[in-house]
Design a protein around this ligand. Structure first.
Ligand code: SAM
Length: 332
């Protein structure tokens, strides 16, 4: 009766369920969000721990029926609310803490959905596939250190709590599992997540290459130059709006084309009267070279050119992003 496609692997070891609940550090005032309660083994222990309420989101209507049947006539049921639906699609209710044995196929989107939920929760104690868990907690230099590690660790502190063998489940899944604690950082680092992710995406695309090599790629330089020019013209627009007289769109267009000219100033350094005017292709090439110099200069300024993403910490990436942003270079 269990559906593989819904990741239905039921926890059968009561001692394990107890230790998950114990690790969660529940308080009597807590509203707990449980995702994928299934037949309710964890749900029951959460309610018995004496929390204020458990809100359980379950996709499978048959499991919801089973759950309602299990708690029918039980006084624990007065503190249980079951929502039938896909946790990735529904609006999450308020919760202080999330405790869940989730279907592994939703690990990544669920983690980011939780971390972007407001008001932010205190802590989440979640069972993940072992490899995913190890990626979440990986540190610079570890072989599993990746974009997921950096992004999740920007927003939270993650720690590995328990290793769980596949035989604790019925039916046993093909992989081992681990329970992880996720505690959102308060306050969150003052950084635009889009900008951050844009930078980290580029850096981890080739995590063992030096940043110097990554930022020399034509594709990367083109993208950054495009963003740079867009930002410059937006900047001019908003500066203009602050002034007493508003500029017409034509003025703004003129200003942004002046910015392009200024970028190309160095192209005229060797100008010689006899020489023909530079054609468009030459101007573009000049502007590219100039932009590349700018980027390489920023990398050198922070001593990043020879470094590799696989060894860079949160603090390193935040510093690198601030250097880029200060120079008007943006990643989103
Ligand atoms: N919590 C139970 C336990 O520990 O025994 C069952 C865990 S089982 C690994 C995952 C549960 O999540 C299943 O009951 C499955 O139906 C449910 N599920 C799968 N996808 C879901 C989704 N997108 N939203 C909510 N629940 C989902």
């Amino acid at each position: 009766p269990f559906e593989k496609s819904k990741g239905q692997h039921i926890l059968r070891n009561p001692a394990l369920v107890d230790s998950i609940v114990e690790k969660a550090g529940l308080k009597p005032t807590d509203t707990v969000l449980e995702i994928g309660p299934g037949t309710g083994n964890l749900t029951k222990r959460l309610l018995q721990a004496g929390v204020k309420a458990v809100v359980a989101v379950e996709l499978d209507p048959r499991m919801v029926l089973e759950l309602n049947r299990r708690f029918q006539g039980d006084p624990l049921a007065s503190r249980l609310k079951v929502i039938q639906g896909d946790v990735l699609k529904c609006d999450l209710p308020y919760f202080d803490i999330c405790v869940a044995n989730i279907p592994y196929q939703i690990s990544s989107p669920l983690t980011f959905k939780l971390l972007s939920h407001r008001p932010i929760f205190r802590c989440a104690v979640i069972m993940f596939q072992r490899e995913f868990a190890m990626r979440l907690v990986a540190q610079p230099g570890d072989s599993l250190y990746c974009r997921l590690s950096v992004n999740v660790q920007l927003l939270s502190r993650v720690s590995h709590l328990l290793k769980v063998g596949r035989n604790n489940f019925r039916p046993p899944p093909k992989v081992d599992s681990s329970v992880v604690r996720i505690e959102p950082r308060k306050p969150l680092p003052p950084v635009s997540f889009k900008e951050w992710d844009g930078l980290v995406r580029l850096c981890f695309n080739r995590k063992n290459k030096t940043l110097g090599a990554i930022f020399k790629q034509k594709r990367v330089l083109e993208l950054l130059e495009k963003n740079y020019k867009t930002m410059q013209s937006l900047q001019l627009t908003s500066d203009a709006e602050k002034g007493e007289e508003k500029m017409s769109p034509d003025d703004v267009a003129l200003l942004s084309s002046m910015v392009d000219d200024m970028n190309m100033e160095s192209g005229y350094e060797n100008d010689d009267d006899d020489e023909m005017e530079m054609d468009d292709a030459d101007m573009v090439a000049e502007s590219r070279a100039c932009f590349k110099e700018k980027i390489m200069g920023i990398l050198q300024q922070g001593d990043f050119a020879e470094k590799r993403s696989s060894k860079l910490s949160q603090v390193d990436f935040l510093y690198l992003l601030s250097l880029f942003n200060k120079a008007g270079i943006h990643f989103s």
